[in-house]
Design a binder for this molecule. Structure first.
Ligand code: PLP
Length: 404
């Protein structure tokens, strides 16, 4: 006899983007002549850049020769990639992160979902509201969240930190002390960024209260303002309280190629437990490493050409973001984000609910976005558009919205 992990049954409905996909599929089936513009899911649309493609081709050729064939990758990642990450993503910004504190993976989604395994079942988590759904759902699966209240949309054991227009979508420090704090900046879904003094407050709070911050910096490449830190390790004391997660998806367009990394500093210790050693043990046991050819493609992102090509991709999407942000503002919408982030977070008009606005846009403008309430109760009354479409589609979507 077996018992299923019934925590899965507690998850409300399907994952947000599956629900959206089903609604859009039903709409396009019923209206086969409508050209739907998708600015919903945060998936990139630009092709991989030349330095990355060249590196992939070269690595594929290597794999076809006995002399240069590569089998299992090292569990924690090839040093050719980890050294470059340490030097260019961290040392160049004055952050002390060693190559062997970097764990290469297949992306930020799996790392941000799996990292909770390092903490015991009684660890209380604190999340922003609205929030990237993976942080809460992965803790639900692990049985750490208590029961779900469909009235409030909250889990009984989770500490929610409202992110509202009033606080600039940057949460206040929680009154009840959690064990784990999930922060994501630049933020998905609100597009908000955090300044260094504000982030320093979180680091100080975490050190004072023995919390660990899981800092998701998947959108780091979109930071355009000076006072916004690119890494939590720019803050004093972050080595003793923070884990940082990064991705090659949004900067280099690897959503289909899959590559990311997580930094677990060796100073993160609780008694005899070193979170670094535990994460290494987990990788060694549960993961056989990101593919050699993909890590070579990742390495190519750090060459001069590679860096320039990433800047080109980011500039492309940020041009879309500016067009959507400013276009909606001109139409009278209240709009946030789109400056340090590829997400535009808008207030729905006439106090429509997020899902009503989703249906209204789909049916009347044939534009797909993401209802803010799908990210948490404080997302109700908001709507997320992504800048990851093509420029033409971003302008066309704006035009359709203008004509409503
Ligand atoms: N973290 C955040 C905040 C995201 O928005 C996303 C993707 O949308 C991810 C992580 C996933 O990144 P990856 O493609 O590296 O799994």
């Amino acid at each position: 006899m077996y018992n299923a992990n019934e925590n899965y049954l507690k998850l409300p409905g399907s994952y947000l983007f599956s629900t959206i996909a089903k609604k859009v599929a039903a709409y396009t089936e019923a209206n086969p002549n409508e050209q739907v513009i998708r600015l919903g899911i945060g998936d990139v649309t630009q092709p991989l850049t030349k330095p990355v493609i060249d590196a992939l081709h070269a690595a594929v050729d290597e794999m076809g020769t006995a002399a240069n064939f590569h089998g299992y990758a090292p569990d924690l990642g090839y040093s050719f990639l980890r050294e470059k990450i340490a030097a260019q993503d961290f040392a160049a910004r004055g952050c002390k992160i060693d190559a062997d504190e970097i764990f290469v993976s297949d992306g930020a989604k799996s790392d941000s979902a799996n990292i909770q395994e390092l903490f015991d079942e009684n660890t209380k988590i604190a999340v922003c509201d609205p929030v990237y759904p993976v942080y809460v759902d992965s803790n639900v699966m692990a049985g750490r969240t208590g029961s779900y209240d469909p009235e409030t949309g909250y889990w009984s054991n989770v500490i929610y930190m409202p992110c509202t227009a009033e606080n600039g979508f940057v949460a206040e420090l929680p009154k009840e002390v959690p064990g784990l704090i999930y922060l994501c900046f630049p933020n998905n879904p609100t597009g908000a960024a955090i300044t260094k003094p504000e982030l320093q407050k979180w680091v100080d709070y975490a050190n004072e209260n023995e919390c660990v911050i899981i800092y998701d910096a998947a959108y780091e490449a979109y930071i355009s303002e000076e006072d916004v830190p690119h890494s939590i390790y720019e803050c004093d004391g972050a080595r003793t309280c923070a884990i940082e997660i990064r991705s090659f998806s949004k900067n280099a367009g690897f959503t289909g190629l899959r590559l990311g990394y997580t930094v677990v500093p060796k100073d993160l210790k609780k008694g005899a437990a070193s979170l670094h050693d535990m994460w290494a043990r987990r990788h060694g046991t549960k993961y056989n490493g990101a593919p050699y050819i993909v890590q070579k493609a990742g390495e190519a992102c750090y060459s001069e050409e590679g860096q320039a090509s990433i800047r080109g991709l980011v500039a492309h999407y940020m041009k879309n973001a500016a067009a959507i942000r400013d276009g909606l503002r001109d139409m009278g919408y209240t709009v946030y984000g789109g400056t340090n982030s590829p997400y535009i977070w808008l207030k729905t008009p006439n106090n429509m609910t997020s899902w009503d606005f989703f249906d209204y846009l789909l049916e009347n403008a044939h534009v797909v976005g993401t209802p803010g309430s799908g990210f948490g109760p404080n997302g109700e009354g908001y709507f997320r558009l992504t800048a990851f479409g093509t420029y033409e589609n971003s302008l066309a979507a704006l035009e359709r919205i203008r004509n409503l």
